[in-house]
Design a protein around this ligand. Sequence first.
Ligand SMILES: [Zn+2]
Length: 81
Amino acid sequence: MVRFTVDYFGGWHDFACRECGWEGRGSELTPRIGATLFVFECPRCRSAVAGGSHPTHEDAKDAAERGNAEAQQWLRRRSRS
Ligand SMILES: [Zn+2]
């Protein structure tokens, strides 16, 4: 399996599918969230376009400290549960 990395808290734009040439934003991808990994599939051909392991608390903290709103939200959700 190909290893993908994506900046969970940053790069949700301008994805391209290597299989069929689809290009678009991360929000158009189909998410498949597993227990330890997440994968985003191409909406056209269902190839994995992006993915990785779930962010750790440290990843989120780093991003939140850089002022990333997604990461700040993620930490708030986490601390509630
Ligand atoms: Zn595709």
